[in-house]
Design a protein around this ligand. Structure first.
Ligand code: RTP
Ligand code: MG
Length: 147
């Protein structure tokens, strides 16, 4: 089954939106595979956002993501990368479709609540940056038979 890396950013944690956001993925029928409440070090932030190195928003982005706790997760399901990207919505809240997380709860591009892997290849890389293999829990998820 496909996996993705999702991370509720410091603004989502500070605003008490962990339960709301996790609940949306649970109700969708996706399967929680790993989760960790943690601080992101400068070193890990540089690895995670390496693709944005040199862009004007790079430094503020690193400062933001290291500014407070995040809730890092792995979710599994058919087409989970594309499904969760659709549920998260476009980067900028103005462009995010109503009903998406970023449209429903965010106003600014730089405080957009949650990260989601943009491809299965990115997901594999990001999961291994944040989790050790033994932290991924595989179990029989009985709801799958009904989705
Ligand atoms: P994410 O990686 O966080 O899931 O967001 P994304 O794919 O929708 O957006 P991406 O292009 O990967 O950008 C990563 C994060 O950098 C900030 N950003 N700011 N000011 C700007 O133009 C700008 N562009 C991107 C956002 O916080 C974005 O989530
Ligand atoms: Mg991205």
């Amino acid at each position: 089954m496909e996996q993705t890396f999702l991370m509720i950013k410091p603004d989502g944690v500070q605003r008490g939106l962990i339960g709301e956001i996790v609940g949306r993925f649970e109700r969708k029928g996706l399967q929680l595979t790993a989760a960790k409440f943690m601080l992101v070090s400068r070193e890990l932030a540089e690895i995670h956002y390496a693709e944005h190195h040199g862009k004007p928003f790079y430094e503020p982005l690193l400062e933001f993501i290291t500014s407070g706790p995040v809730f890092a997760m792995v979710w599994s399901g058919d087409n989970v990368v594309a499904l969760t990207r659709a549920m998260i919505g476009k980067t900028n809240a103005i462009d995010a479709a109503p009903g998406t997380i970023r449209s429903d709860f965010s106003v600014h591009t730089n405080l957009n609540l949650i990260h989601g892997s943009d491809s299965p290849e990115s997901a594999t890389r990001e999961i291994s940056n944040f989790f050790r293999p033994e932290e991924l829990v595989s179990f029989e998820h009985h709801i799958q038979a009904w989705i």
